[in-house]
Design a protein around this ligand. Structure first.
Ligand SMILES: O=C(O)CCC(=O)C(=O)O
Ligand SMILES: [Fe+2]
Length: 560
């Protein structure tokens, strides 16, 4: 559902009309550190390194199979040579059937008989000698090769270069899946089979995966999700011949989820994570269930923080139009040629909102420059932080599941052009010392998102902990944010109070003010990154600070 400039640039197609806010507000069970589920670079590294693990395991399997073959070859030879002679004077001829039951003689009488038989028979004798001299030696030689150690050595080497994912990562990944489910109102039956809002892939989940997502939801008291995922797991075990888990185990968990759900409905405190009516497993009422939080009420331009911000945010992410047609009819796309710089190469600009302006400018960064930025940024990406409540410390939080790094562009002769270009495009001071921050690069992992927030840094409660240098630069008057990748599904940037959502289109940038002309924060600038449904999302923020703009605050890209 990406918007293509020049065709229907300001039209964001309506995909769905309903949505629910759940996981944005989910009391999380994971604790956040440098987690794989938030990190595109980390996930890609895991995918690469897994090739070494797969190759080592496959070699291990080959080696063990060879060892087993050597052992079996010895036993087969013994059995086929000795057994027939021992069981009958005129015994059955040697068959090609593999030996299934081994006979070992250990009493003196049988041993004497065996020894006499073998030694008097030239062929048996030959084979006896050959087994000692060849088969046994081959087997022993193989035993001296320590395949277990060989595999452990590969893993040791891998561990030296990589911290392996832990349970925390599995839980974070599950939360990503649940966030996607909520934000895009996906149908579990399709989603679990690898279909993402119309985008079909051939890779899905097993019943055991759905079972774990269900159990995690149940532990988090999100009963609606628990029931849906466990039902899906149950269907897979009963109808799809999926044997990754037995259906009885799934059924028991499902019954427990239904029991807890129905008990929660009757509790006095209204739990937002339940359906309105009790779930009766025998009624096959899937699909008709309505959740308590279901809403179609949207209010724009409010300035107080409320649930409506989340409600609008999720609706916008999901492609719902929140503005009436008359509010969007004057929005335009145009070729900007006002400045002489753009005469030969006009800028393609799209106005998403007039006042305050939210503009998207297309083709501002060429692919080769983006590749350079990503190559520079990738090695140092770490889990993104948000301003925390404890002594205003920066903390990793489920509010923002991405990884981040800073790129001082002035140290690179090519990247230096970025602030110059932003200065030219916005008419604001960007290259002067203290006029803007270094470029901040962020990438989003599985279901990666950034809840609605303000980019401004200063507020009265936390002002005391802001450094002198920061105060001297003034707050973040405006944001110029580049999209460094296309995103196949999801990952837009939504402004819940303006009813605006922009499409992540590689090479384009969005621009908006975070402060009003009187210097106060603009409460309408609230915005956030929608969860990534499918694809890799990279953005780069150039935050422009207010004090350098004392005498300039044009918006050169405004066509009026
Ligand atoms: O990823 C996005 O779309 C928004 C990112 C953002 O708002 C931020 O990094 O401050
Ligand atoms: Fe932001």
């Amino acid at each position: 559902m990406s918007v293509h400039y020049g065709r229907k640039c300001q039209v964001w197609e309506v995909q769905r009309t309903t949505f629910l806010v759940l996981v944005y507000l989910l009391p999380l069970l994971t604790s956040a550190t440098d987690d794989y589920y938030t990190s595109l670079v980390g996930l890609q590294k895991l995918a690469r390194v897994e090739q070494q693990i797969v190759s080592a395991i496959s070699e291990y399997v080959t080696n063990l199979e060879r060892r087993l073959q050597l052992a079996k070859r010895y036993l087969n030879d013994y059995e086929k040579s000795v057994l027939p002679a021992m069981s009958a004077e005129e015994g059955p001829s040697e068959t090609e059937q593999p030996v299934t039951k081994l006979t070992v003689y250990n009493n003196e009488k049988d041993l004497n008989k065996l020894a006499e038989k073998v030694s008097s028979h030239p062929l048996m004798t030959y084979r006896l000698i050959r087994r000692y001299a060849k088969e046994l030696l081959d087997f022993e030689k193989d035993l001296r090769k320590d395949h277990d150690k060989q595999f452990s050595r590969v893993m040791e080497k891998i561990r030296k270069g990589l911290v392996l994912p832990k349970v925390n990562d599995v839980n974070g990944a599950i939360e990503g899946l649940l966030r996607i489910q909520d934000a895009y109102d996906v149908d579990i039956a399709h989603f679990s089979k690898g279909s993402f809002n119309g985008l079909r892939t051939n890779s899905g989940l097993l019943a055991i995966d759905c079972y774990h997502v269900g159990l995690y939801s149940l532990k988090s008291h999100v009963y609606t999700r628990a029931i849906e995922w466990l039902e899906q797991a149950y269907l897979m075990t009963t109808e799809d011949n999926d044997t990754s888990i037995d259906s009885q185990t799934v059924h028991e968990a499902l019954q427990e989820a239904v029991r807890q759900h129905n008990a929660a409905i009757h509790q006095t405190v209204r739990n937002p994570y339940v359906y309105r009516a009790a779930v009766n497993r025998n009624l096959t009422d899937r699909g008709s269930r309505v959740r308590v939080l279901a809403t179609k009420q949207y209010k724009l331009y409010m300035k107080d923080s409320s649930m409506m911000d989340f409600t609008n945010f999720a609706a916008l992410c999901n492609g719902t139009h929140l503005r009436v047609p008359s509010a969007t009819k004057d929005l335009k796309c145009w070729y900007e040629t006002k400045s002489p710089h753009f005469l030969l190469d006009p800028l393609k600009v799209e106005m998403h909102h007039r006042n305050p302006p939210v503009l998207q400018i297309y083709e501002v960064l060429p692919d080769w420059m983006i590749s350079r930025i990503l190559a520079k940024a990738s090695p140092s990406m770490v889990r993104s932080k948000v301003q925390g409540t404890l002594e205003n410390k920066e903390i990793a939080s489920a509010v923002r599941t991405s990884t981040t790094t800073w790129l001082p562009e002035s140290e690179d002769k090519i990247l230096k052009r970025i602030p110059q270009r932003v200065e030219l495009l916005t008419g604001l001071k960007v290259t002067e010392p203290g006029s803007a921050e270094d470029l901040q690069i962020s990438s989003y992992g599985i279901g990666g998102h950034y809840n609605p927030h303000f980019d401004t840094l200063f507020d009265t409660a936390t002002m005391s902990s802001v450094s002198k240098e920061e105060v001297l630069m003034g707050d973040r008057i405006a944001t110029f944010m580049f999209y460094l990748s296309d995103v196949e599904r999801g990952g837009g940037t939504a402004f819940p109070r303006l009813g605006v959502v922009t499409s992540p289109i590689k090479g384009s940038a969005i621009f908006w003010y975070n402060m009003m002309s009187d210097g106060k924060p603009d409460l309408l600038s609230l915005h956030g990154g929608c969860p990534v449904l499918y694809g890799n999302k990279w953005v780069a923020n150039k935050w422009i600070r207010s004090n350098a703009q004392m005498f300039t605050r044009p918006c050169s890209l405004d066509r009026d």
